[in-house]
Design a protein around this ligand. Structure first.
Ligand code: KE4
Length: 428
């Protein structure tokens, strides 16, 4: 295992000053054990920790770093913006420019509001859906994660699931009761919930690709069925594309399906590594948001010019010819390599992928919902994780998190990841 003395020292000291020594739970390595490498610097597809260990980074800040760490054009945009000031509490031209770029790319997004995180985006979209419909009930799917807003910490995925708290203490029972749950990809379960409470639902929130229980694409007809149910019963359909937005295609999953959501939430990539979120959709809905309408939502640093500069530079880079084709090519290369490595190691594994986000499940059959994912062999997965770490590949420290590729993950980098997996799977 890499020497982590300096990471250990900082982690130990941080325990007393920061809950669990981290500012987001999944980073604490609680379920995989050991000391989380504390990152000192990053470049392209690689990060370096405080002790000088270098890793190929498959976390990419859980999605934002799609053009790799420290891209020169993102850096230049940041330096230019910083030299002109960092926050004004006043509107800027850059916010209009980024809004235009988002609206131009995401089908069905006519108006958009920038916020500071994906959590703020989904919280605001929920408030808007409740206001617009006059209803209180939300429907989400087991294992989908929509940030840590109270209404969404019910059977949540990502870190909440990883740490065994999919239903967090502190969420008022009366509020949690207003969130109905169904298994992902289970239209019958959704129909049954609507049959019982048809007039109560304000919205269905869905990750079009469930990226917080690994990487589970929608079953054929699933999203179409949700659209039909929402239309039949007066509920709104919200695509949570915080992770898939601008990741799985230039227009997110919304551009890969004919299903149009009423609202879409975004984040990660549009900030290029800086804090950001956004929600948008039908103009008749979004124009109900203050000050155009009465639904209040605000933020001191919303539309921050530094985050906007990094986001615009990132979206511009993603517009270069062949970028998404390259991400798809390397994603397919990695998937094929991992599947071959598992076969050669005699380890039951299935790799599920959507573009440049993917997940390796240590199970025989494809995973279609959270039950499938939580049935996987977690101890074996932990040994695999540690094996990859030893071989210089940094995976997300949870079997429920998606892996990500960037434009800096070329064929040589992908082949290094596959070579590491050959050894890590054999030893898992
Ligand atoms: P943030 O508040 O973390 O910016 O976004 C919340 C969120 C909303 N919707 C989806 C689909 C998301 O994936 C997320 C956040 N993703 C996790 C990773 N699975 C963030 C990582 C973390 O919690 O540290």
């Amino acid at each position: 295992m890499p020497r982590l003395d300096k990471s250990q020292a900082v982690f130990d000291a941080a325990q007393r000053l920061i809950p669990g020594g981290v500012n987001s739970p999944v980073r604490a390595y609680k379920t995989v054990g050991g000391v989380p490498p504390h990152i000192a610097s990053a470049e392209g597809a690689r990060v370096t920790d405080l002790d000088g260990n270098e890793y190929i980074d498959m976390v990419l800040a859980y999605g934002p770093m799609i053009v790799g760490h420290g891209h020169p054009e993102v850096r230049a945009a940041l330096h230019d913006a910083i030299d002109r000031g960092t926050a004004f509490g006043a509107p800027t031209a850059g916010e209009l420019s980024l809004a235009r770029k988002i609206i131009e790319r995401v089908p069905g997004c006519e108006v958009v509001r920038l916020v500071n995180s994906g959590t703020e985006a989904t919280m605001s979209a929920a408030r808007l859906a409740r206001a617009a419909t006059g209803r209180d009930r939300l429907l989400k799917f087991e294992g989908c994660y929509h940030g840590h807003g109270d209404s969404f910490l019910v059977q949540a995925g990502s870190g909440a699931l990883t740490l065994g708290a999919p239903d967090s203490p502190g969420v008022p029972a009366a509020l949690a009761e207003l969130t109905s749950i169904a298994p992902f990809n289970d239209l019958d379960a959704v129909r049954a919930l609507f049959a019982d409470r048809r007039a109560e639902f304000a919205a269905i929130f869905v990750e079009p690709v469930a990226g917080n229980i690994g990487c589970i694409p929608p079953a054929p007809g699933f999203l179409e069925g949700l659209r039909e149910l929402c239309d039949a019963h007066g509920a709104l359909l919200v695509f949570d594309e915080v992770m898939t937005g601008f990741r799985v295609s230039r227009g997110g999953y919304s551009a890969l399906t004919d299903v149009r959501a009423d609202l879409v939430t975004l984040g990660k990539v549009i900030g290029g590594g800086l804090p950001i979120g956004a929600y948008g959709g039908r103009a008749d809905l979004m124009q109900q948001i203050s000050p155009a309408g009465d639904v209040y939502q605000a933020g001191t640093l919303s539309g921050n010019p530094i985050a906007v500069a990094a986001g615009e530079a990132t979206l511009d880079l993603l517009d270069r010819r062949g970028v998404y084709e390259g991400l798809e090519e390397q994603g397919a290369r990695l998937q094929a390599g991992l599947e071959q490595a598992a076969r050669e190691a005699g380890v039951p594994a299935v790799v599920q992928r959507q573009g440049s986000m993917l997940c390796l499940y240590l199970r025989e059959a494809p995973a279609v919902n959270m039950t499938d994912v939580t049935a996987s062999d977690r101890e074996r997965w932990t040994r695999f994780f540690q094996g990859m770490l030893e071989r210089g590949v940094l995976l997300p420290p949870s079997p429920y998190e998606a892996w990500f590729l960037s434009t800096a993950h070329d064929a040589g980098v992908v082949d290094e990841v596959v070579a590491a997996a050959e050894g890590a799977l054999a030893g898992a």
